[in-house]
Design a protein around this ligand. Structure first.
Ligand code: C2R
Length: 145
């Protein structure tokens, strides 16, 4: 079963999803990638989230980025939102993700930063996975070189 589910609001976000996937591949973390828009097809989003056994969700969206918040409303697992720079240099999406109403949090990474979403997902999973924790520590050590 995949540990991470990456959902983007559109096929046009695929470059950002690929950045996240690359990092998850590097850490050997299983994931699935889906495209589903909370605006265009909320039923699909709900089905994906409710049927997914993932421990962490990465939600990628530009413009009025409802997707990460809607995913968060359907699960108690952590949701990491990635704002995409479709318009307004991504500020619209960043604020949509960071400014969630109280009690339904979404973690927000930087604009177009799919990689950071994956690093954070890996660290969340490492809380309950000693081998993964070791990999993260090794990775951090290498960073110092
Ligand atoms: P199109 O390229 O398909 O027109 O999408 C997508 O994430 C994409 O960045 C343009 C942008 O619209 C975003 N989108 C959302 C949602 N659905 C699509 N923010 C949503 O449900 O939040």
């Amino acid at each position: 079963m995949s540990k991470v589910m990456i959902i983007s609001g559109s096929k046009s976000d695929s470059a950002i999803a690929d950045k996240a996937a690359k990092v998850l591949d590097e850490f050997g973390v299983e994931y699935t990638i889906e495209v589903a828009s909370a605006h265009r097809n909320p039923d699909k989003v709900e089905k994906l989230v409710s049927e997914s056994g993932a421990d962490v969700f990465i939600a990628i969206a530009g413009l009025s980025a409802a997707l990460p918040g809607v995913i968060s409303s359907k699960t108690v697992k952590p949701v990491i939102g990635v704002p995409v720079s479709a318009k307004l240099d991504g500020l619209d999406a960043l604020l949509s993700i960071a400014q969630m109403p109280p009690k339904i949090p979404v973690a927000a990474v930087g604009i177009d930063n799919g990689a950071n979403a994956a690093y954070l997902a890996v660290q969340i999973l490492a809380l309950k996975d000693e081998k993964l924790e070791e990999k993260v520590k090794e990775f951090r050590e290498k960073m110092k070189e």
